[in-house]
Design a protein around this ligand. Structure first.
Ligand code: IPM
Ligand code: MG
Length: 364
């Protein structure tokens, strides 16, 4: 089959991670007779420099026509002025919003062979496998008013954690649907003891739960959740939460997997269902890591695993997705490591070499 992908490599280490991912996708294509065509476009700082905007209208239109979008990372010190009119991150936010990518799936899977190489005790993280469903197009990131202004008594700024019930309903539904296929338990994370938007969130979650009598719904406060992630992560299975809460908690959760360089994500425009293609944008949860740019040392696995999620959710290539997941698992089992997950006695590889190993395994 032929698939038309838009590739937004972005800034910093984004292009390096994307190059290795394309290598892996091409190996999949060769083995299974698919043709992936890549339409490379600018996003983030690269687009600000090249096109004067963080993402162009034309790029967004091309994304809408594509089967899926693969993204590297955006941002960097060059564009970090707090007073700048346009920021690289705006490109990502605009893509998420204008492509309707309201559900961000962030699986946290501890690879068995990395259980001993994280900052946590192996007995705490052994077998950890949960998934965050982060609301991605509302909440504190997008709510209005959102502005900064001067008053006689000083400068002020506001962001608003705003939700309409339909936004809560559809994201909670994604959580329930995933829970249905896993341990039949959904944790809804909020701050209902303080925030009005969280109280609406909780009310709607309870209402939606009536459609899922077989799924147990638990409410967890976000501060308690951040503690639970470290204290007993095996307790967690499917979690659904507000945009900013999800942003913060998933960086924290990535440490269970050993490194941010291990965690993929899928931003999708609907409820995932086996065999049904949903449009989506796929990117690692990590950023552009400016200090690692051009060093050939960054871990490309998060981006490669994001491509596996793309095959699974947007292209309905389940078997091919499994092959990528397994190639990563095998590479790790055979002792191949990038610097971020390196431990004694293992074989340290650069970005390109790790890409070669994984692509080689996919192809064999
Ligand atoms: C993420 C990132 C983005 C976010 C940034 C780059 C805008 O941190 O995908 O988690 O905050 O959503
Ligand atoms: Mg983040």
């Amino acid at each position: 089959m032929d698939f038309n992908l838009v590739v937004l490599a972005g800034d910093g280490v984004g292009p390096e991670c994307v190059n290795e991912t394309i290598k892996v996708l091409d190996a999949v294509g060769k083995k299974y007779g698919h043709k992936f065509s890549y339409n490379h476009r600018l996003v983030g700082g690269a687009a600000i420099d090249g096109e004067g905007v963080a993402v162009s209208k034309e790029t967004i239109e091309l994304c809408k026509k594509a089967d899926a979008v693969l993204l590297g990372a955006v941002g960097g010190p060059k564009w970090d002025d707090p007073l700048a009119k346009v920021r690289p991150e705006d490109g990502l936010l605009e893509l998420r919003k204008s492509l309707g990518l309201f559900a961000n799936l962030r699986p946290v899977h501890v690879h068995p062979v990395l259980e001993d190489s994280t900052n946590l005790k192996p007995e705490v993280i052994k077998g950890v496998d949960f998934i965050f469903v982060r609301e991605l197009t509302g909440g504190l990131y997008f709510g209005q008013p959102k502005r900064r202004w001067k008053t006689e008594t000083g400068r002020k700024a506001v962001d608003s954690m705003l939700y309409v019930e339909q936004e809560i309903e559809r994201i909670v539904r994604v959580g329930f649907e995933l829970a249905k296929r896993r341990k039949k338990k959904l944790i809804s994370v909020d701050k209902a003891n303080v925030l009005e938007s969280s109280r609406l969130w909780r009310t709607v979650a309870v209402e939606v739960s009536k459609d899922y009598p077989d799924i147990e719904l638990e409410h967890m406060l976000v501060d308690a959740c951040s503690m639970r992630i470290i204290q007993n992560p095996k307790y967690l299975d499917v979690l659904v939460t507000e945009n900013t809460f999800g942003d913060i908690l998933t960086d924290e959760a990535s440490m269970l997997a050993g490194s941010m360089g291990m965690l993929p994500s899928a931003s999708i425009a609907g409820v995932p269902q086996t065999g049904v293609k949903i449009f989506g944008l796929y990117e690692p949860i990590h950023g552009s890591a400016p200090r690692h740019t051009g060093q050939n040392d960054i871990n490309p696995i998060a981006t490669i695993l994001s491509a596996a999620m793309m095959l699974r959710y947007s292209l309905a290539l389940e078997k091919e997705a499994d092959v990528i997941d397994k190639a990563v698992e095998d590479a790790l089992r055979e002792g191949y490591r990038t610097y971020d997950i390196m431990s004694e006695g293992k074989k340290k590889l650069g970005t390109k070499e790790m890409g070669d190993v994984i692509a080689g395994k996919v192809g064999s």
